[in-house]
Design a protein around this ligand. Structure first.
Ligand SMILES: *Cc1c(COP(=O)(O)O)cnc(C)c1O
Length: 434
């Protein structure tokens, strides 16, 4: 029996001709539960987490899973049970963490557009920290907390003006984008925060982007943040914790991001050298904890050969896997069952792999060499992050089901969305008034 591990996916492998997630045969899951179907490996999530834990071992550090990457309750439960905190960006995410058994005290609330209602909800729950992204938000948060006779714990997200050289839509630490406060304004805004009655300043935060595959932007950002920490503390405002955000990339297509423990060894060496090694640390990884812990199984519906292009039409679409349409992102696509004999590339056909949605942007992979027939199952890889959490009902397609694999067991963590689920809450106008 061969065991051929998929690149970047240590817990997904071919045994013989069949693709497995841990010890579960994926073709059987597709057959039984239908497609499109997301399958996640618990061991893959925990081993991604373990790399951060190793890197931060012996430090006073808190890992807050940035749950927008994948906010399904069954996924949150894995991280809550592993002791993680959570980085949230909405009141909905707060409710999900609490429903999945996460602790309010370990929650940090990021995002540029928190509403007063969300602030009240988070204060009432007793979250650990608000990562405030503008001066205007500081004023509002202070007044909301004061009205509740509370002081909101805050850190301010500073913008280190570092280019992480990723896609412009996922780069967040540059001057021209909407996140954080400018480096030059940080001291003045900290002074303002310290003067507001409803706030308790406890930290500083930065997050420079996503799918970062190099250590240099992190090291540069850390230097910029530590410069600010020195300035802010010299002005009499102690910062109990330093939050360095998330953003570490994963291997989608021969990407070679540093391992989390390797990255943190370098960052901790810098922290130690600058005298901040004993400080309480927080990080907010999202994609790197879940991205390569999931695949999306899909069935080939039709092959449509053409003069210029061949299309492989699958039953997963941009509403399930939005990253290609949004950012021209790459997902590897592999067969769930390998042919009996190895097929040379010359015997494969090149296809654009597309979904059924009525948009030309609805493609999942361009120019892929495949040997497939209608009815075959394919696995779209690296589908654990920013897929299901971004899924929509566009074209009135129900959202996919999700399964969490744990060794030879599996758990359905989300049922396929029914048409009734989709229409729930919609109201026809009474005919007598129409
Ligand atoms: C999205 C986000 C993260 C996580 O980013 P990843 O690239 O998924 O690790 C962390 N912090 C903040 C503030 C975010 O917006």
């Amino acid at each position: 029996m061969t065991s051929d591990i998929l690149p970047g996916h240590p817990h997904f492998a071919y045994r013989g001709n069949a693709l497995f997630g841990e010890d579960v045969r994926l073709g059987e899951l597709a057959q039984t539960y239908g497609t499109p179907l997301f399958v996640y490996s618990k061991a893959a999530m925990l081993s991604a987490l373990a790399a951060y834990q190793r890197g931060l071992a012996g430090r006073d550090a808190k890992i807050c899973y940035a749950m927008k990457a994948n906010s399904s309750l069954g996924v949150l439960q894995v991280f809550a049970q592993a002791g993680c905190g959570f980085d949230i960006v909405s009141g909905g995410e707060l409710a999900r963490v609490l429903a999945a058994g996460g602790e309010a005290q370990k929650i940090i609330f990021s995002g540029v557009g928190k509403t007063r209602a969300e602030m009240r909800q988070a204060l009432a729950a007793g979250i650990g920290c608000f990562n405030v992204e503008s001066e205007a938000e500081l004023e509002v948060l202070s007044s909301v907390a004061s009205a509740m006779a509370l002081r909101a714990p805050v850190s301010i997200r500073v913008n280190p003006n570092i280019d992480p050289k990723t896609h412009p839509y996922i780069s967040t630490g540059l001057k021209g984008n909407k996140f954080g406060v400018a480096h030059e304004d940080a001291l003045r805004i900290y002074q303002r925060a310290a003067s507001l009655k409803g706030l308790q300043v406890i930290g500083i935060d930065c997050h420079i982007g996503s799918q970062i595959t190099d250590t240099a932007p992190y090291l540069d950002a850390m230097d910029r943040v530590l410069d600010l920490v020195a300035t802010i503390e010299a002005a009499g405002m102690p910062l109990a914790h330093l939050d360095f955000g998330g953003g570490l990339g994963i291997d989608y297509k021969h990407d070679t991001p540093p391992a989390a423990d390797v990255l943190w060894r370098l960052l901790l060496a810098k922290l130690d050298a600058r005298g901040y090694g004993k400080r309480k640390l927080m990080i907010e990884p999202g994609r790197s904890l879940v991205g390569n812990a999931g695949v999306c199984l899909t069935e080939v519906l039709y092959l449509k050969p053409g003069e210029q292009k061949n299309f492989c039409i699958i039953d997963a679409a941009m509403n399930d896997l939005p990253r290609p349409a949004l950012y021209q992102a790459f997902h590897a696509i592999v067969p769930v069952t390998l042919p009996e004999q190895e097929v040379p590339d010359a015997a494969k056909t090149r296809y654009d792999v597309v979904g059924p949605v009525c948009e030309s942007g609805d493609w999942i992979g361009h120019d892929r060499a495949l040997r497939v027939a209608a009815g075959d199952y394919l696995a779209v890889l690296s589908a654990g992050a920013y897929c299901m959490s971004m899924a929509s009902n566009y074209n009135s397609r129900g959202r996919a089901a999700e399964i969490l694999v744990d060794r030879n067991q599996f758990h359905i963590i989300r049922q396929r969305e029914s048409i009734a689920d989709q229409m729930r809450g919609e109201i026809l106008i009474d005919a007598s008034h129409a």
